[in-house]
Design a protein around this ligand. Structure first.
Ligand SMILES: Nc1nc2c(ncn2[C@@H]2O[C@H](COP(=O)(O)OP(=O)(O)OP(=O)(O)O)[C@@H](O)[C@H]2O)c(=O)[nH]1
Ligand SMILES: [Mg+2]
Ligand SMILES: [Zn+2]
Length: 350
């Protein structure tokens, strides 16, 4: 199934370059602001600076994002003097993770905004990492976009089958694809996810081949890539800024810098979606507050017993639920503190 992107009404056609992927909510707010010309989509983010595409035929604008929480893919309005981002327009979706741990402050880091599809890349040259994928899927489902798993570097392995099966096991209802950005195998099949001018974010650890896949999809060396370390297949953090790139004909790709750790920032119903198989079993436990430990008539324990559910998956889910609870506690405490100082910042809601 291809991504579905709601078409924008004709009356907007002359106002804005809809090829940028404008959303209804962003357009509505832009009109409220008096339809300023200097408004567009953030195509690149460097420390403190945004690059904004006003249309596909005009030069890019470069400005400061002082005080604005901007992500690549955002629609923004620029100040009259053209110097900075005045306002980030409402997002349809956003992939958000917890920023690197600094002290114990809970801070969000938005990796990409207004995305339709999140491609989670894992390289077939490393053992399949179910636990990492589970985390990524929670974040992906919470983003409001649709996750797709892409196993890269298929040209380097004899049989991708076991890795596909292993990751599909922890990705219920999610497409798991195999591709090579070098030989092009499987790449055409990924194009369908851009149907309807959709925006696809490429996410994954450094060195898994995000930029290589992007180059293959756009058909030329748009992004710089670099070899991984021989011993452990680790990348070199070659891509340092997120970037929005046009796909030939239709759709957008967002290349992102590789991240080592994926920390939750929730929450909506990401865990429920990512662990849909476990939740389905839980519905059949005798007790509503079943902890799935020693309780009688526990459907989850029965499934583990029968070999239908990996106990590691249950453990993993419990760990993520606990992590989310701690995070929510931190967020509440922080909001309270901000309320007291009267400087409550509104957390962006995807
Ligand atoms: N054989 C083969 N090599 C690949 C494939 N995809 C990527 N590579 C190689 O893996 C290395 C890392 O690829 P990149 O595309 O730079 O990885 P990345 O995910 O963008 O890494 P960061 O920018 O550091 O996050 C490069 O040497 C690529 O040529 C593939 O499908 N097959
Ligand atoms: Mg890269
Ligand atoms: Zn149970």
């Amino acid at each position: 199934m291809a991504a579905t992107v709601a078409p924008i009404a004709d009356d907007a056609v002359n106002e804005r370059d809809l090829r940028l992927g404008w959303t209804h909510a962003a357009l509505a707010r832009w009109r409220e602001l008096g339809a300023p010309h200097a408004a567009g989509r953030v195509s690149r983010l460097d420390r403190g600076w945004s690059t904004v595409m006003v249309s596909m035929d005009e030069p890019l604008l470069r400005m400061r994002n002082i005080g604005a929480d901007v992500a690549v893919g955002d629609f923004v309005v620029v100040t009259d003097d053209g110097e900075k981002v005045q306002e980030v327009l409402p997002r349809r979706s956003a992939f958000v993770r917890r920023a690197s741990f600094e002290g114990n402050r809970a801070e969000a880091h938005t990796i990409a905004a207004n995305i339709d599809v999140v491609m989670l890349l894992h390289a077939l040259t490393s053992p399949p990492n179910q636990r990492r994928l589970e985390r990524e899927l929670v974040l992906a489902w919470d983003s409001g976009a649709r996750p797709v798993v892409v196993l890269t570097k298929t040209d380097l392995v004899d049989d991708p089958g076991p890795a596909v099966a292993s990751l599909q096991d922890v990705a219920p209802g999610v497409d798991v694809r195999v591709a090579s950005g070098i030989t092009g195998e499987g790449v055409e099949a990924l194009r369908q996810y851009a149907d309807g001018n959709a925006t696809i974010a490429l996410l994954g650890a450094s060195g898994v081949g995000k930029s290589t896949l992007l180059n293959s999809l756009v058909g030329h060396q748009r992004q710089v890539t670099a070899v991984v370390r021989e011993g452990d297949q680790r990348g070199r953090h070659t891509t340092t800024a997120s970037e929005l790139v046009r796909l030939p004909g239709n759709g957008w790709l967002i290349d992102t810098p590789g991240v080592r750790a994926v920390s939750l920032w929730s929450s909506g119903r990401g865990i429920e979606r990512a662990f849909a198989d476990v939740f389905e079993l839980m519905d059949h436990c005798r007790f509503r507050d079943c902890k799935h430990e020693q309780e009688p008539e526990c459907a989850v324990s029965a499934a583990i017993e029968a070999g239908a559910l990996d106990p590691k998956r249950l453990e993993s889910m419990k760990r993520l639920v606990a992590e989310e609870a701690v995070l929510e506690e931190e967020q509440r405490a922080q909001e309270k503190a901000q309320d007291r100082r009267g400087v409550r910042k509104v957390r962006p809601k995807p």
